[in-house]
Design a protein around this ligand. Structure first.
Ligand SMILES: C[S@@+](CC[C@H](N)C(=O)[O-])C[C@H]1O[C@@H](n2cnc3c(N)ncnc32)[C@H](O)[C@@H]1O
Length: 327
């Protein structure tokens, strides 16, 4: 049997120097409340650490999404339809995708899109070996900026898969804009299959971001290690600590790195002073009610057609169709 390998990825060529990294880090650290974009968590080590987070007992989102796909995969795959082009945003290790691909009828192509180049290549290669008849066309890109889809051998209805509740990392205006871009990419008649974490008891949410083994802390601090390595900064990792808490008013987790003492850090020729206890916000993770997410999607021109949840109602996988009137 002829073996297909994944094509070399379209998009960014130089993994060591994302073009906007320095500019965005300086801008974030210059704000009155310091922040860093969470998309920079995912260098090669960050991606491996995220995979470890997914296997932690406390991290219910992966467990729930896998359970939903196992139970409702056939029905969801049928809704995606035969011959579709499956485009995955933030594909990571593409593990959940296998549950879909195992059930999809004759997919035309699989296009994983991820900012983490090395991880993307390895995952796409593994997928191409597992599905020898499938065209796997990885794209290394930041999906919040415009990117081109690669030329594909077959055409088909476009469906985006956006797993892991990565949409939760965006505040409502940015999430609406991203969903609207997805709706445009898919076009009328296209669809979006999305994992959305649901609002729940903080007693379940907070431990998911404060695991006993400290893997999430390592993942958070790795962002500073990456900035040191790639931008020549001098963050002292032992002088910051991981802090994650649930903000009930905004129904979101906030992840921070807290300075343990007054200190000055140099990045790209600039200096940034930290007071003791001052923090850098590194991630939001919004938790939605089904109604709030439906409203957000509606503003982006998407209509929620199907919602499937796990037994405890912690997490949802939703199928949305692109409204023909474009919203
Ligand atoms: C929360 S992880 C989810 C991974 C996988 N989908 C899952 O469900 O396990 C987010 C993934 O999106 C990627 N990512 C984050 N921000 C991105 C961006 N702006 N553009 C492209 N990929 C991004 C990361 O590299 C990572 O693989």
């Amino acid at each position: 049997m002829k073996r297909h390998t994944a094509a070399p990825p379209a998009g960014t060529d130089d993994p060591a120097a994302p073009p906007d990294f320095l500019r965005e880090v300086l801008a974030g650290l210059s704000k009155p409340r310091k922040e860093l974009p969470c998309k920079y968590f995912y260098d090669a080590r960050g991606s491996r650490l995220f995979d470890r987070i997914c296997r932690l007992d406390e991290y219910y989102p992966t467990r729930c999404e896998l359970a939903i796909l196992r139970r409702h995969g056939p029905e969801l795959a049928a809704r995606l339809g035969a011959g579709c082009v499956l485009i995955e945003y933030g594909s990571g290790s593409s593990l959940k995708t296998r549950l879909l691909l195992d059930r999809l009828a004759d997919p035309a192509a699989y296009v994983p899109v991820d900012i983490s180049r090395e991880h993307l290549l390895r995952s796409a290669g593994a997928l191409a070996r597992r599905y020898p008849g499938l065209e796997v066309a990885p794209v290394c890109a930041d999906f919040t900026a415009p990117f081109e889809l690669p030329p594909l051998r077959r055409r088909g209805r476009r469906v985006v898969y956006f797993s892991g509740s990565t949409i939760s990392n965006f505040g409502p205006p940015e999430a609406t804009a991203l969903l609207a871009n997805i709706a445009r990419l898919c076009g009328p008649g296209g669809g979006l299959l999305i994992g959305v974490d649901l609002d729940k008891d903080p007693g379940i949410v907070e431990p998911a971001y404060n695991d006993a083994l400290g893997v999430t802390a390592e993942f958070n601090l790795n962002l500073l290690a990456r900035i040191n390595r790639e931008l020549g900064a001098d963050f002292r990792l032992d002088q910051f600590r991981h802090h994650a808490f649930y903000d009930a008013g905004h129904t979101r987790i906030e992840m921070h790195l807290v300075s343990l003492r007054p200190q000055v850090v140099r990045v790209g020729g600039e200096t940034f002073a930290f007071a003791e206890g001052e923090s850098i916000r590194t991630e939001y993770s919004y938790k939605y009610s089904l109604g709030a997410f439906r409203q957000l999607a509606g503003q982006a021109g998407l209509e929620v057609e199907r919602v499937r949840t796990d037994d405890q109602g912690l997490y949802s996988v939703q199928y949305l169709s692109v409204r023909r009137d474009g919203g």
